[in-house]
Design a protein around this ligand. Structure first.
Ligand SMILES: [Zn+2]
Length: 187
């Protein structure tokens, strides 16, 4: 599993590693990521670096509605999404290459509890693009936007919609809370 970090996240300690590409040392000797990316540890040379997440040629437009998989939630703050497809006249058009989207805390619905009450890793979400150019900033702040498919954190079975913000596992019975899209849920 690759470790995805957001800018400012601690990736190591000065006494353990030398700062490599896209890594800086703060006043307390913490090595921190400069960019959103994947942590690369070179344990032979003791260098830690961050490889920026690639955003290839696909150009999404402002206000495009996209579908993507939640791949990481660094520090339980930013939601990192692998964008899979874009809506075009009611069709989901798959993207040919990896494109990353980010949902900052300000674009998540106000939550009473933890971020896991909104989205979970592995969930498929429907979101809207609110930035020009990669990495794309996404929002979930709309009733139509949210989780459209999720699997059970306990047993891996597809969760079914129970109404409102609740999803239930028909296999093991657990109920989880999510920000479910009001326009569609795939199971
Ligand atoms: Zn289950």
């Amino acid at each position: 599993m690759s470790e995805v970090v957001a800018p400012g996240d601690v990736v190591g300690k000065e006494e353990e590693y030398l700062p490599g590409e896209n890594v800086y040392v703060d006043d307390y000797g913490n090595l921190r990521a400069q960019v959103l990316g994947v942590v690369i540890r070179d344990n032979k040379e003791h260098v830690i670096s961050v490889k920026p997440l690639k955003n290839s040629g696909v150009l999404l437009k402002l206000n495009d509605v996209v579908y993507g998989k939640v791949v990481a939630i660094p520090n339980d703050k930013v939601v990192v999404v692998k964008i899979l497809s874009v809506e075009n006249n009611g069709n989901r058009v798959p993207l040919k290459s990896n494109t990353t989207g980010l949902i900052p805390p300000s674009q998540l619905p106000n939550s009473r509890g933890s971020i896991s009450d909104i989205v979970g890793i592995g969930d498929i979400i429907k979101a809207r693009v609110i930035s020009r150019g990669p990495p794309y900033t996404l929002t979930l702040k709309d009733a139509q936007l949210g989780v459209v498919y999720a699997i059970c954190p306990r047993c891996g079975h597809a969760l079914t919609w129970k109404g409102g913000e609740l999803l239930r596992c028909p296999n093991c019975g657990i109920v989880v809370r999510r920000k479910v899209s009001l326009s569609e849920y795939w199971v």
